[in-house]
Design a protein around this ligand. Structure first.
Ligand SMILES: [Zn+2]
Length: 126
């Protein structure tokens, strides 16, 4: 029996066809570089339109290697906790808060984030 022989199978049965005899459309490996140093290589059909960006496994946008760069987006730097703090407070505010906290620390009073004085937890006795 030659390789090209027809293979029969019942309707609805699992296909026993393997990839070995399937002719794929001509493909090209396309590499994407993510800003975190990951490289993703995807096979694309030569006829397929290759996307300029690919979502990396880490969630970042990986750029097509050697490709036309997409319009450089105005990259918004991630807001840090510090940035958010500075949107609500001025340095003067913070100086005051810092002094308050330091005074409290020095007076040995521990304040929880809820603003209540923390009491040592009592263990339930069995
Ligand atoms: Zn990545």
């Amino acid at each position: 029996m030659s390789d090209g022989a027809l293979r029969g199978s019942r309707l609805g049965a699992t296909s026993y066809e393997t990839d070995h005899h399937v002719e794929f459309a001509p493909r090209q490996p396309v590499s994407y570089d993510c800003p975190n140093g990951h490289v993703t290589t995807m096979p694309f059909s030569l006829e397929a339109e290759v996307p300029l960006v690919w979502e990396c496994r880490c969630g970042s946008e990986a750029l097509l290697r050697d490709g036309d760069r997409p319009e450089p987006k105005a990259v918004k730097p991630a807001r840090t906790h510090w940035d958010m703090l500075m949107e609500r407070r001025t340095t003067d505010d913070l100086e005051v808060l810092l002094k308050e906290r330091l005074d409290l620390l020095r007076s040995n009073e521990v304040i929880t984030s809820a603003g209540r004085t923390s009491a040592p937890r009592r263990k339930k006795t069995a």
